[in-house]
Design a protein around this ligand. Structure first.
Ligand SMILES: Nc1ncnc2c1ncn2[C@@H]1O[C@H](COP(=O)(O)OP(=O)(O)O)[C@@H](O)[C@H]1O
Ligand SMILES: [Mg+2]
Length: 328
């Protein structure tokens, strides 16, 4: 297990108000220790290193070895209680990239808005069975609700507006936080990774996702207002770790909608690295209109514009996640 997997969120120093010079400082630290060093998994000659956007030397992550068998799945919740930060986009595209590397992926749409389902071409009005039925009716077999998608190796447990009722209805259930966890148990051997696309809230549905998960990925838009939400999210994750799911780990913080030309974006990443250290994925997702275009086409960017830098970024994220032990 890698070092970062053992580090809990509680170790993170959320010193948002500190100076904004971290990127410069990290640059200096690295350049003062000349010579060859090893970042987890790759060899480097620091004399030749080009700095990546997170202030660490830029590197390519190795192509993962193919899997010769599948399951049990590692469950990852994509969480941020802010909307519009790139959760759904990252869920679809990370899944498609993992599938390109031969991983079997189940996507769970856990947002009543159903953007993930729509983004994969499911019509929200034509769904017979959704994650709502799986949660609320023990007699419903999760396999009957799971659909194949147009992406090879990626299946979908869809959602629509019905799910908005679950939050209220679950309140009276016994072990109401464990309902999704229980439902996913029966399919864990069919997949290598389960990605749960959470709704923008820290309510009972998100707590269910965190209880079912081994890891959390926090997509975070590179804007200052977005940083403030993270402290509350970290608090929620710690509560779930303490009370419901001690195995839960933060797999990483993913900077999205990064614009290298703006000082603003670079400063936000500097703050993120200051607070989360190595937990910040070295892979950063740049802002591009191609993501919206791909959504309109109801496809992941990896197939809609396979050669685009956005597609490569999510492939890099998949390789980085696998290298870190966040996915098989
Ligand atoms: N890297 C990006 N660059 C530009 N636009 C993006 C990017 N990622 C997502 N978007 C767009 O931003 C909007 C919100 O993204 P979405 O993934 O739906 O966020 P969330 O699920 O957190 O609400 C969508 O219109 C999406 O197409
Ligand atoms: Mg979403």
């Amino acid at each position: 297990m890698s070092r970062f997997m053992e580090c809990r969120v509680g170790d993170c120093n959320l010193a948002w108000e500190q100076s904004l010079t971290v990127v410069e400082r990290v640059d200096k630290d690295v350049s003062s220790e000349r010579g060859t060093t090893t970042l987890e998994g790759t060899d480097f000659d620091l004399d030749d290193a080009v700095m990546g956007p997170t202030g660490r030397p830029y590197r390519e992550f190795p192509e993962p070895a193919p899997l010769d068998s599948h399951g049990p799945a590692r469950v990852i919740a994509m969480v941020n209680q802010k909307g519009g930060v790139g959760k759904t986009t990252s869920t679809i595209n990370l899944a498609a990239a993992l599938a390109e590397y031969g991983r079997r992926v189940l996507l769970v749409d856990f947002d009543p808005q159903g953007a993930l389902s729509a983004g994969l071409g499911a019509n929200p009005h034509e769904l017979d069975l959704t994650v709502y039925n799986v949660l609320m009716d023990r007699k419903v077999d999760i396999r009957e609700a799971i659909q194949q998608t147009g992406v090879d190796g990626v299946d979908l447990l869809p959602a629509n507006i019905d799910l908005s009722a679950a939050e209220v209805q679950l309140v009276n259930e016994v072990a109401r936080e464990q309902v999704l966890d229980r439902a996913l148990k029966s399919i864990e051997d069919d997949y290598d990774v389960v990605l749960i696309d959470c709704q923008p809230s820290l309510g009972l549905l998100t707590v269910n996702a965190l209880t079912a998960a081994h890891g959390v990925i926090i997509p975070l838009i590179c804007e200052f207002f977005a940083l403030r939400a993270v402290a509350l999210l970290v608090e929620t994750i710690e509560k779930v770790q303490d009370r419901l799911n001690p195995r839960l780990q933060v797999d990483g913080v993913l900077a999205t909608m990064f614009d290298a030309r703006t000082l603003h974006s670079r400063e936000v990443i500097a703050r993120l690295v200051e607070a989360f250290g190595d937990k910040v994925f070295e892979t950063v997702i740049k802002r591009s209109i191609k993501f919206a275009d791909a959504t309109v086409a109801a496809e992941p960017i990896t197939s809609y514009a396979g050669n685009h830098t956005g597609a490569d970024a999510y492939r890099s994220l998949a390789r980085e996640l696998i290298l870190r032990g966040g996915a098989p």
